[in-house]
Design a protein around this ligand. Structure first.
Ligand SMILES: Nc1ncnc2c1ncn2[C@@H]1O[C@H](COP(=O)(O)OP(=O)(O)O)[C@@H](O)[C@H]1O
Ligand SMILES: [Mg+2]
Length: 226
């Protein structure tokens, strides 16, 4: 269980705080969904939880332990928005082995099986995969490290309707044995698989229900703005 207490982030370059007194509990084997418009602070929150940015104020605890950025780097696995843009391995195998060449092939096969890519030859270049397969590979790259917390930034962005559905089905399966924290500006497919929902607006986190978010999604669909 990960606890965030009064977490704030206010870098000197910013006029106002980007995250304001965020309180959140991420429970094991659940999918926690945070929905917010562009610029609301979603990616910043994930960067702090991945240990890539230092909070200005507040506590992050895992069970009873206060966590530093270094702890968070070990504990969390962050899948960036458009992760396929950051692939740098020439093959699936190289991509999975980046940073840990010692990994045995059973761990590699296990990670690929978790995301449903076990049928593909390991020599396949990541660029040869479909958009949906590339997202699955990016997930496997993090799962192979066996993080306690999987952080996903806009996992469905840029995918078509059917790929978004497939990804939601995969995330529903993954949450049965991982803790997932997903942020998105577009909740649609993710609402049905979320165990707890929140909204983020101008750095302020507020509890939400899938119903209230569904109603809000309906409005954005009708409105030409956004
Ligand atoms: N290090 C920083 N210094 C100043 N402003 C920042 C910094 N990091 C992010 N921001 C600003 O914080 C706001 C939130 O950004 P971001 O977390 O990327 O939002 P989202 O992912 O919800 O679109 C944006 O206005 C962005 O320009
Ligand atoms: Mg973002």
């Amino acid at each position: 269980m990960l606890y965030l207490k009064d977490l704030s982030y206010h870098p000197p370059a910013s006029h106002s705080a980007i995250l304001k007194n965020v309180n959140l509990t991420v429970k094991p084997e659940q999918l926690t969904l945070i929905v917010g418009p562009s610029g609301s602070g979603k990616s910043t929150l994930l960067e702090i939880l991945a240990g890539l940015a230092e909070r200005t104020k507040g506590d992050i605890r895992w069970r009873d332990q206060e966590l530093t950025s270094l702890h968070l780097q070990q504990l969390s696995g962050l899948v960036f928005q458009f992760p396929e843009r950051h692939f740098c391995g020439g093959t699936i195998l190289e991509e999975l082995r980046l940073g840990h060449p010692e990994l045995m092939s059973d761990r590699i096969q296990q990670a690929l099986a978790e995301v449903g890519l076990e049928q593909l030859p390991l020599s396949t270049p990541p660029q040869a995969l479909s958009g949906g397969q590339q997202r699955r590979l990016a997930l496997a790259v993090q799962l192979i490290r066996q993080p306690h917390l999987l952080l996903l930034d806009e996992p469905t962005a840029g995918l078509d309707w059917s790929m978004r559905r497939q990804l939601a089905t995969l995330l529903a399966k993954l949450k049965t044995h991982w803790s997932l924290l997903v942020v998105s500006h577009d909740a649609s497919e993710l609402l049905d698989i979320a165990d707890q929902c929140w909204t983020l607006n101008h750095g302020e986190l507020a509890h939400a229900t899938p119903e209230s978010l569904k109603a809000a999604t309906g409005k954005t669909l009708i409105s030409p703005v956004n």
